[in-house]
Design a protein around this ligand. Structure first.
Ligand SMILES: [Zn+2]
Length: 275
């Protein structure tokens, strides 16, 4: 069934586990992620990035429809809504959550834009995720890994001023592939968890490592975004097939199987199986 991010994360925060937010970009990986959640009796978040899906409204409606038919509780989240228009299209397509990313703006501008989005989204029963501090890029980890780290006092003020449902924090992860070892600030994560009344989100889960992610999921993070790791698992499952001879290759089921297995791995790791 299709539910809001707010509903899913409120329970996750109360019971100290995280839900995988799987980045999906076609019907096959949407179905694979949902199948994983159903097999594990787990909640799930489907993350959709606007720029990877030019017709976000059309694709969004398909995803929401598939989520609605599932036996499990699923939130569909517009990931990194960069413009007001993108966010509005997400809401019109039926997304139950919108991430409005103004993390590169000054604090006041970030607050103003998020506040506006919260007002609109909440009036329609849609949740909002924002980002404070800035989660950078793994290929620039030497710099991005230590700049833009979220400040506790600022985060407290941000949450009070915006009334946002969930906050993405920068505690040392990065998007894409890391150059160097990820350095997660667990002490800062604990401080943020204890200081903020809302669930926290970790972007850049891929490549962060199982040990780090498991700790994050049990020590304050309630939503972990995953993209590269899932796509890589899908491709690895395809390439390990014996492609000699002239069999009729089942390309998409092979990709979907690899994707699904990796989602199951993370559902177990994050403690949300059976939830
Ligand atoms: Zn992100």
């Amino acid at each position: 069934m299709l539910v809001t991010l707010h509903e899913l994360l409120a329970k996750a925060k109360k019971e100290s586990y995280a839900i995988p937010a799987t980045n999906v970009d076609n019907e096959h990986n949407v179905r694979a992620a949902i199948a994983a959640a159903e097999e594990m009796n787990s909640p799930l978040i489907l993350n959709v990035i606007p720029n990877a899906n030019p017709d976000i409204e059309f694709f969004g409606r398909i995803i929401c429809d598939l989520a609605r038919r599932s036996t499990q509780k699923i939130a569909v989240n517009l990931d990194h809504g960069k413009t007001f228009e993108e966010c509005m299209k997400g809401i019109r397509a039926g997304f139950t959550s919108i991430m409005i990313d103004r993390s590169l703006c000054q604090f006041d501008e970030n607050v103003e834009e998020v506040k506006e989005m919260v007002k609109i989204a909440h009036s329609l029963g849609v949740s909002v995720e924002a980002e404070l501090g800035h989660v950078g890029s793994g290929d620039n980890y030497g710099v991005d890994g230590s700049t833009g780290i979220t400040q506790v006092e600022e985060a407290k003020r941000f949450v009070e001023l915006t009334n946002v449902d969930a906050l993405a924090v920068a505690v040392g992860t990065a998007h894409g592939v890391y150059t160097g070892e990820p350095n997660i600030r667990f002490e800062l994560l604990h401080e943020l968890r204890d200081a903020l009344p809302i669930p926290l989100v970790l972007h850049g889960g891929s490549g962060t490592g199982d040990e780090n992610l498991k700790r994050c999921a049990h020590e304050g993070i309630n939503k972990i975004n995953l993209s590269n790791d899932l796509k890589r698992a899908a491709i690895e499952n395809l390439t390990k097939e014996d492609l000699s001879g002239n069999a009729v290759y089942q390309l998409y089921p092979l990709l979907a199987q690899g994707f699904k297995n990796k989602v199951i791995h993370y559902i177990k790791l994050f403690g949300c199986a059976g939830k």
